[in-house]
Design a protein around this ligand. Structure first.
Ligand code: GUN
Length: 277
């Protein structure tokens, strides 16, 4: 069994971004907007802001009150769309219920959409002509590359079909010429499907859902889940202690996909910067 060390791969990626940034006159700029004060979202935004500073980016952390109106949020996005200092704009999700998430995403200039959630960027990914690619799935592709395993023709099962992870993940694997099955909460005989998979990516948000005897010996298992148990411990969607005994490669939680998502956000900001000049 081999661990895919997301923390280390992310650190290497950040170091190579920093080297590049050190050569630039104008620094790449990222704006991160948080609406409200959800503690988990606030922590993610803080981590993103710190990561920017570490690689030498210009960063704006914008905290809006929970009662911010749609018009106020759209006007902030418009200001950032027009700012010469800003190459990437990220609105932390989920938004408070009174706001329309989809129209907020569509208001971000596709050229600055470093989350890769705008319909134009999702469309380009679907056509295998990607520009800005959603961070978590792109980070998973970087981790898969690090294993050195050839993805062409491999059987992949993606568990979870969200816009943020599952759907773009399936698309990334398809673009890499793998054979892809996308499962959701209504899928029948999930364990039978998983048993045939060379590569499994799980993003469902249910602690320890994936069991050791569901996995094909030697498979690669990527765990996108981050769940907090009652005792405060963080665990993934995979029952790590048992699954690790059968896999070829596995990502830990924490220290797996999480650090890769943030490093990939920086990578996307650099891509947006380079496309602009
Ligand atoms: N909330 C959970 N994941 C993400 C993400 O990748 N981007 C944004 N903007 N919000 C999120």
């Amino acid at each position: 069994m081999n661990i895919i060390d997301g923390k280390q791969i992310a650190q290497n990626l950040r170091a190579s971004i920093k080297l590049k940034v050190d050569t630039l006159d104008r620094k790449p700029g990222l704006a991160v907007i948080l609406v409200g004060n959800d503690p988990a979202s606030a922590a993610y935004v803080r981590n993103k802001d710190n990561a920017c500073k570490e690689v030498g980016f210009y960063s704006e952390k914008i905290n809006k009150p929970v009662n911010t109106t749609q018009a106020e949020l759209l006007s902030e996005i418009e200001r950032l769309n027009n700012s010469d200092k800003i190459d990437g704009i990220l609105v932390q999700l989920p938004l408070p219920k009174h706001l329309d998430t989809n129209s907020v995403i569509e208001a971000i200039s596709p050229k600055k959409d470093v989350d890769g959630f705008h319909s134009e960027n999702i469309g380009k990914l679907m056509q295998n002509k990607p520009f800005l690619r959603p961070c978590t799935p792109k980070g998973v592709m970087t981790m898969l590359e690090a294993t050195g395993v050839d993805l062409v023709g491999k059987n992949c099962v993606v568990v979870g079909a969200s816009n943020i992870v599952g759907r773009p993940m399936a698309c990334e694997l398809l673009n890499a010429q793998a054979t892809v099955t996308i499962c959701n909460s209504k899928t029948k005989n999930l364990s039978t499907k998983l048993k045939q998979a060379d590569i499994v990516v799980v993003a469902v948000g249910i602690a320890k859902m994936i069991q050791g005897d569901w996995i094909k010996p030697g498979a690669i298992v990527i765990d996108v889940g981050i769940n907090r148990l009652d005792n405060g411990r963080l665990v993934g969607d995979v029952d790590f202690e048992f699954v690790k005994r059968v896999v070829g490669w596995i990502t830990p939680v924490p220290g797996g996909v999480g650090p890769m998502t943030i490093a990939t956000l920086l990578e996307n900001t650099l891509t947006a910067y380079e496309a602009k000049i």
